[in-house]
Design a binder for this molecule. Structure first.
Ligand code: ZN
Length: 174
């Protein structure tokens, strides 16, 4: 078995709220502050700890750049503002976030100990890219339709068909 700090009392052995019951001793760990867990739970614990320490070192204001898929951290909101200027409250990928007026592709969220915001942003960026490409295919198809209607030269029609094929191929690869 593996030992980790008790999740209920955060390894303190007591829960202040229950001080009136048995001195507040934690029932989960019997006051030891230690909890026995399986190997899987232990590695999850190490993983979370690693992430928590990273956040602590880097700062918990996480910034995602939708243009080049980069992540940046700031310790305070002031630090972020001095770098990117003022922001407004917006949303991205289903998360409310702060968007910078001068850099609309940069989204900021306060990290609460998970990677959810960044993952949601990445997902949204892909959807945006797909939609953009679908729009492009639609436009090309419109051009093709017009070219056929106007009895344009066969080469021009062929050229458009190739462009559409390429665009569809690109969409599949996103
Ligand atoms: Zn405990």
């Amino acid at each position: 078995m593996y030992n980790i700090p008790c999740k209920k009392c955060s390894g303190k052995g007591v829960i202040p709220y229950f001080r009136h019951v048995n001195g507040g001793e934690c029932f989960t760990c019997n006051g030891s502050g230690i909890q026995e867990v399986s190997k899987d739970e232990y590695s999850t614990h190490l993983e979370n700890e690693k992430f928590r320490k990273q956040i602590e070192e880097k700062g918990n204001y996480v910034i995602y750049n939708t243009e080049n898929d980069t992540v940046e951290y700031f310790k305070t909101e002031k630090d972020a503002v001095s770098e990117y200027g003022n922001f407004y409250c917006g949303s991205y990928g289903g998360y409310s976030c702060r968007v910078f007026y001068k850099h609309k592709h940069i989204k900021m969220n306060v990290n609460r100990g998970g990677n959810d915001f960044i993952n949601a942003c990445r997902q949204q960026t892909l959807i945006d890219k797909q939609n953009k490409q679908k729009e492009r295919i639609k436009i090309l198809n419109g051009w093709l339709k017009k070219a056929i209607e106007n009895k344009k030269h066969a080469d021009e029609i062929q050229e458009l068909k190739i462009m559409i094929k390429e665009a569809e191929h690109k969409l599949q690869k996103i």
